[in-house]
Structure formats: structure tokens, C-alpha cells
Design a protein around this ligand. Structure first.
Ligand SMILES: [Zn+2]
Length: 266
């Protein structure tokens, strides 16, 4: 059995990358569609008016593609910025119509081998419908690609990108989906937030222990005692304190003022 495919193996490979590049305007629609549609096919379909098609309907193909892909990505997303690529859904009725128009056919060749032919069957009347049909033919391939979940768009600027690692099934991306540029921005903001929260929690812990120290009045310097109990508490609650390294008596000295302020505010 053999598959006769109107898609070259080249155009099936890295389909996510190529669609992302097309939708970002990094490559022209011809660079994608050219491999599926030959100039001769277009001339035959539109009685030679190829430049008219190129000028007006190439863009239409790109827009149809963008609409299909962005809607599909959006179905896996909620308004809180949680992205679950595995939960995406596609417009099944529309795709079913595509297949009923472009259904593959089976034939037995002279040598007796069975062939399944995936040639495009639909001959729309208008170039605009033709552009839609072409976009759908890409979209169905994308849906069949093993790496389809890697294709996403940036929640900030809308740019399309392809993740290197496949998102894990059942685990939504908590921090949303961002292009390289905005991912870095978000990451550095997260790191700053985490540091700030850690510092606040440490100061709060130190102030509680400082009060205990004053009540118990142990025979030990306050800085050393507070640091020791802080480390004990931090190890018990590593998540809460974003445990990184133990604090030193010197840290207690350096933050004495902030600790005092917290105690006074109570
Ligand atoms: Zn972005």
C-alpha cells in the first residue's frame, strides 16, 4: 500500500515552524503554499489570472490560516492566562466539510499495488474560496502533526512561536505562553517578586524569633540565636521561605533595622 501525497515530505517536516513564520510575516505565503500548489495548477484553475490571485488571494490565504490557528490556540486558553494546549479543540464541522470535498481516493495500480491518493479534489469557483480551501488543507495537516501542541502565540504581543519541548499532557502552563522576548521579561519579574516575598517572610520570621529571644533571654548572642532558629524553621518550611541558603548571624545584624520596624508595627 502506498500514499500518494500532494504534500512533499519537506512540507510536512517542521510544519509548525513554517506556519509560525508565515503568520509572523517572516516568509511569504508562496514559500509555504508553493510546495502544495504549482503555478500551473493555479493558472489552470483561474484561467491564467495568476498575478491577480497572487496579489489578492495570497493574503487571503494567510488571513484564513491565521484565523484557523489562532482560534484553535484560543480554545486551550482561559482568561486567567492559563494555557492548556492539549485541551484545544478544532472546528470539526468545517473540517468534515473539507474532507468531504477533498476525500482521498483509493485505486489499484497496474502493478497491483493499492494507492491512497490525497490529491486536492475541491475546485472552488472563486479564488477566495480557493484560498480558504488551501488554508484548511494546511490546518488538517497541522492537526495531524505529532508536535502540534508546540505551536503557540505570545499572550502579550501575539507573535507565533514553536516550543522546543512538547507541553506535558494534563499540565497547563501556569505562567502562560510568551515569545522569547516577553518570556524573559516575565521571568525576571517573577524572580524579583520571589526575592521580595522571601525577604519579607524572613524579616517577619526574624521578628517573631527576636521577641522569643527577649522573652527567654538565653545565654547566647541574639544574632547567632535568631539565625539558628530561623534556619531550623526555614528547613521545615522550605517552600514558604523559598529556601536557598541558611542565614548567618551577619544577616540578622544587617537586617536589624527592618526587623525592629516590624516588631514596632505590631
Ligand atoms: Zn511577545
Amino acid at each position: 500500500m502506498q500514499l500518494d501525497d500532494f504534500w512533499s515530505s519537506q512540507s510536512k517536516r517542521n510544519i509548525e515552524e513554517r506556519i509560525a513564520a508565515l503568520l509572523n510575516g517572516d516568509i511569504e505565503w508562496r514559500d509555504v503554499a508553493g510546495r502544495v500548489v504549482s503555478r500551473a495548477q493555479l493558472i489552470a484553475a483561474f484561467s491564467g489570472d495568476f498575478s491577480e490571485f497572487e496579489n489578492n488571494h495570497g493574503l487571503e490565504f494567510q488571513e484564513a490560516m491565521r484565523s484557523l490557528v489562532s482560534t484553535w490556540i484560543a480554545t486551550g486558553r482561559n482568561s486567567n492566562g492559563i494555557d492548556a494546549p492539549w485541551d484545544r479543540t478544532y472546528p470539526s464541522e468545517r473540517i468534515q466539510t473539507f474532507w468531504s470535498r477533498n476525500s482521498p481516493y483509493v485505486y489499484q495500480a497496474e502493478d497491483g499495488r493499492i494507492h491512497i491518493n490525497f490529491g486536492s479534489r475541491h475546485n472552488p469557483d472563486s479564488p477566495s474560496e480557493w484560498a480558504q480551501n488551501l488554508a484548511e488543507s494546511y490546518f488538517v495537516r497541522l492537526l495531524d502533526s505529532p508536535r502540534r501542541e508546540c505551536l503557540s502565540n505570545c499572550m502579550k504581543c501575539g507573535k507565533y512561536f514553536v516550543r522546543v519541548r512538547q507541553p506535558k499532557r494534563g499540565i497547563p502552563t501556569r505562567n502562560g505562553s510568551f515569545c522569547l522576548e516577553h518570556r524573559d521579561e516575565r521571568k525576571s519579574r517573577n524572580i524579583k517578586d520571589t526575592r521580595k516575598i522571601r525577604k519579607e517572610r524572613l524579616i517577619e520570621l526574624a521578628s517573631r524569633l527576636a521577641i522569643q529571644y527577649a522573652q527567654q533571654n538565653p545565654r547566647e548572642a541574639a544574632q547567632g540565636w535568631i539565625a539558628r532558629y530561623m534556619n531550623r524553621e526555614m528547613l521545615k518550611n522550605q517552600r514558604r521561605y523559598h529556601w536557598a541558603a541558611p542565614v548567618t548571624p551577619k544577616w540578622v545584624t544587617q537586617n536589624a533595622r527592618a526587623i525592629r520596624e516590624v516588631i514596632q508595627a505590631q
